[in-house]
Design a protein around this ligand. Structure first.
Ligand SMILES: CC(C)[C@H](C(=O)O)[C@@H](O)C(=O)O
Ligand code: SF4
Length: 469
């Protein structure tokens, strides 16, 4: 057999049936479920009087609609409460391998919860009614978001109708500088190929800079593959992957573990495997990134200035840059480091894992939030991340610096709960989307790494974390 990509291997090992036109039925190993995209799917099962094909593939949690403070008061918003209670009822009725409901010790953002419990494993197909399911590709898994009707299809049949995508290799060689993170790599890639650059592709991230990333970093990167328009993002299995998975609650153990590891080690692209497109970046050239507009591709390095739309050759891009500047309340030519901020959000499935919190705390330690920053919110990705951070004293560092330490959830990543921006407020955010109104109507989002967000909270404006002393 000719040399195969990691994507080829994951795909072919899951095809149940292939039609002449290439449409396939692929088997789904892990089905992650949250409260937003599952109610109609479960309702569909009920109406059809069907049972889930394999409810032990389901791992569910409530994340988007859960508040991040005053948990003793429950969920105040009636619509949010109903969504979360509906999930409770559906899981109770249909069953699951694991359910981490509101207030459970292990509750959290579904994309944080899956991996940390060992429910996301190399070689799996992982789906969820959520676009950032690409996160799980960090494990050498084939992972992507699906729509609500597909959620129902997977529940009912354990399969998905899909067509194979083209394969793209994004290679980042070299050493990332001090203060340059996986988030900066992700933003730099999107800045290079654009938010449509990955359309029609499954992307494998490779190269020495990617190999050197921790699993947390790889998850950050794969999380944002979707913002580059890709169907899925993935990283080949190596020792870092295997070390991370070992000993987690749903990971195999004993003889099963040995057998699994032997298989997982094959989950790499073969020498000479063919990709439809190859993009190469040099790690040394990547600086901390800050988005200035309303699309993740509208991004520059911290030392740069807000670009002038007039210099944009493509009329469509020029138009959208002009609109973005207007929405963002920015002038072309302004130094990024002169942009003052009102709020800071450290959290989301992109950057709310323990390593992200450690990095932000290292910047905040012994310092104080600037007076013009009304709120600096730190929201761990899960209850387990929160407990770990507290055991390490990170919560006390943040609180001493004037930051707020909250309960886990999606929080201010999207305004589906009480955490949001007010119209016109400007936020340094570690999340993944900066669309108009994403963090609240009229809110202005700048995407950055956790280090950059913490430094901005202290300085009151964006600042180069590499020279921040
Ligand atoms: C609510 C959910 C469907 C949505 C998604 O699919 O991504 C959300 O998680 C987001 O980040 O916008
Ligand atoms: S943290 Fe944000 S991006 Fe991630 S699942 Fe929640 S809302 Fe979507």
């Amino acid at each position: 057999m000719s040399a195969q990509t990691l994507y080829d291997k994951l795909w072919h090992s899951h095809v149940v049936r292939e039609e002449a036109d290439g449409t396939c039925l692929i088997y789904i190993d892990r089905h992650l479920v949250h409260e937003v995209t599952s109610p109609q799917a479960f309702e569909g099962l009920r109406l059809a009087q069907r049972q889930p094909w394999r409810n032990r593939s389901v791992v569910a949690t409530a994340d988007h609609n859960t508040p991040t403070d005053h948990w003793d008061e429950g969920i105040k918003d009636p619509i949010s409460r109903q969504q979360v209670e509906t999930l409770d009822a559906n899981i109770k009725h249909f069953g699951a391998l694991a359910y981490f409901p509101f207030k459970d010790r292990r509750q959290g953002i579904v994309h944080v919860v899956g991996p940390e419990n060992g429910a996301t494993l190399p070689g799996m197909t992982v789906v969820c009614g959520d676009s950032h399911t690409s996160t799980h590709g960090a494990f050498g898994a084939l992972a992507h978001g699906i729509g609500t009707s597909e959620v129902e299809h997977v529940l009912a049949t354990q399969t998905l109708v899909a067509k194979k995508s083209k394969a793209m290799l994004v290679k980042v060689e070299g050493r990332l500088g001090q203060g340059v993170t996986a988030k900066d790599v992700a933003l730099a890639i999107i800045g290079r190929i654009g938010t449509a650059g990955g359309n029609g592709y499954a992307v494998e991230f490779a190269g020495s800079a990617i190999r050197s990333l921790s699993m947390e970093g790889r998850m950050t990167l794969c999380n944002m593959a979707i913002e580059a328009g890709a169907r899925a993002g993935m990283v080949a299995v190596d020792q870092t992957t295997i070390d991370y998975v070992k000993g987690r609650p749903f990971a195999p153990s004993g003889a099963d573990w040995e057998q699994a590891v032997a298989y997982w080690r094959t989950l790499v692209s073969d020498e000479g495997a063919r990709f439809d497109r190859v993009v190469e970046l040099s790690a040394e050239e990547i600086a901390p990134q800050v988005t200035w507009g309303t699309s993740p591709e509208q991004v520059v390095a911290i030392g740069a200035h807000v670009p002038d739309p007039a210099e944009q050759g493509d009329p469509v891009k020029r138009d959208s840059a002009e609109r973005a500047l207007q929405y963002m309340g920015l002038q072309a030519g302004t130094a990024i480091s002169e942009i003052a901020i009102d709020k800071v959000f450290i959290g989301s499935c992109t950057n709310s894992r323990i390593e992200d919190l450690r990095a932000a705390a290292a910047i905040a330690k012994g310092r104080t939030k600037a007076a013009n920053v009304k709120l600096a919110l730190v929201v761990p990705g899960s209850g387990l991340v929160k407990a770990q951070a507290e055991a390490e004293g990170l919560d006390r560092i943040f609180i001493a610096a004037g930051f707020e330490w909250r309960e886990p959830g999606c929080s201010m990543c999207l305004a589906m709960n009480a955490d949001r921006l007010e119209p016109g407020e400007r936020c340094a955010s570690t999340s993944n989307r900066n669309f108009e109104g994403r963090q609240g109507q009229g809110g202005r989002t700048h995407l950055v790494s956790p280090e950059m967000a913490a430094a901005a909270a202290i300085a009151g404006h964006f600042v180069d974390v590499r020279t921040f002393a």
